[in-house]
Ligand binder design. Sequence first.
Ligand code: FMN
Length: 273
Amino acid sequence: MKILTLYYSATGNTEKIADVITKKLRELGADAERKDITPYNTRQNEIDLSPYDAVIFGFPVYSWRAPREAREWLYTLDGRNMKCSMFFTYGGFIIHPAHYSTQQILEKQGFTVVSSAEFLARHTFNLGGWKAMEDRPNGSDCEVAEEYAERTYRRFTGEDNGILQDLEKTEYTEEFLDEIEKFRFKILTQLPTREGAECSLCGICEESCPSGAMDAETGEADPEKCTACLACVSKCPEDALKINDMKGSWEYKLNIENISVDEMNKKKSRIYL
Ligand SMILES: Cc1cc2nc3c(=O)[nH]c(=O)nc-3n(C[C@H](O)[C@H](O)[C@H](O)COP(=O)(O)O)c2cc1C
């Protein structure tokens, strides 16, 4: 059975889980491949899914959903009744709308979604001073990823005939979630900057930018396109790009999400079948 894992990962967490899943699928006897669809250019040409029997999609959660560019790209795919699964990495806050909203898109595109999973992972904004899920994904998260790969594989092969059922339906509309996305960007993050830093103009920031926002020459991101995924900040080999200091918004974020650090740390990665 040929399985393709397509993943989007600006700072490496989702990629780490995609690696564990791919390795496990191969151990189970699948012909498993993975493809990184994070850089802007990888999503400009249509991806031919016809050689594959099933697909797994892996995304980080951005403002309660899959990243905007990833959602837009999903709408370009033709599912042809193919079986698929999805998984998410997230920094410990609200997650359930991500599963629900992505399932809706995948079904609309003609996929049959057989399972889903969520994995705790270091929050991207720790790069700006937050303290969410610093050491995740850890060994137990990776064990859940292996179990997810195994159970999903059984659904792909038909040994288990089930499809995804135990998802919580979100009460949030897509319009409301669009507002959350804009709100987050206005209050928490500014644009990455390399002001005052040495830079050899290697171009990695521009190549790795998922939204085509970054200009390596000027070191500036287009405010209309930048989603503050921080791929440029985390991939810069010279540590020349920085995000604004976000330490001040950490307590504020815990307050608006009505959660304590202890409660966050107790969360576990989980599988939905
Ligand atoms: C713009 C943005 C928005 C985010 N929104 C959320 C969120 O709503 N809830 C959450 O728990 N984590 C959120 N995160 C954290 C990421 O989901 C988490 O760090 C993820 O593992 C990053 O994956 P990656 O390393 O593969 O890019 C957000 C990160 C970014 C950059």
